[in-house]
Design a protein around this ligand. Sequence first.
Ligand SMILES: Cc1cc2nc3c(=O)[nH]c(=O)nc-3n(C[C@H](O)[C@H](O)[C@H](O)COP(=O)(O)O)c2cc1C
Length: 202
Amino acid sequence: MEFKNVYLGRRAVRRYKDKEVSLDLIGEIIDLAGFAPSSGNVQNWRFIIVTEQAKRQQIADAALEQGWMLEAPVYLIVCNDHKDVEAHYGKLGKMYSIQNCAVISFGVMLAAYDKGLSSCWVGAFDNEAVQRILGIPEDMDPEVIITLGYGDETKKASLREDPRYISYFNSWGSTSTNFPSHLDKLKSLVDIKKQIQKIKKK
Ligand SMILES: Cc1cc2nc3c(=O)[nH]c(=O)nc-3n(C[C@H](O)[C@H](O)[C@H](O)COP(=O)(O)O)c2cc1C
């Protein structure tokens, strides 16, 4: 798939078909996503693939009772094995370890989309509860829950901020009139209606 189509096609999907996802496919996705960058190539991400209905129910409850999550047949829990990163990078280690997990999570979502799956990043959850439910050791942090499955909704991306209003040059606050935005070229691919509603609400 063309990069632009993968990047714009991947959306936060919260409706899923009642269709099993093969472990083989999940393995393929993790293989591909694993080529993400990480500090010193430490790859401190660890995964728990959750398919059991009872466990998914408990996790959805621990995620502020986001009931929609139950439709997704697979949760990929991205865990942060931060010890080595912290030992190696000292003060910066904690931040790097979290950044590495964020990078891999997005990689997983893009790879999943390329393989025909939909996903949603879930960050609102009780870490300790998820740790308990899945038997995650105390020195390992669950960072991200990614729901995975065959999507049952089609969504267009909402229009994003115009880069001219969020970019500065050489120092904070310094703008340039020579900096073009190419957002117009993407407008046919994004949901402008949503954006207008958002602006009206403000
Ligand atoms: C750090 C982070 C936490 C998020 N937490 C949740 C969440 O708990 N529940 C949820 O439904 N979506 C969550 N999302 C998904 C966002 O709502 C979604 O990515 C955003 O609205 C933009 O939509 P898009 O992904 O379709 O572009 C989270 C995304 C990120 C990056």
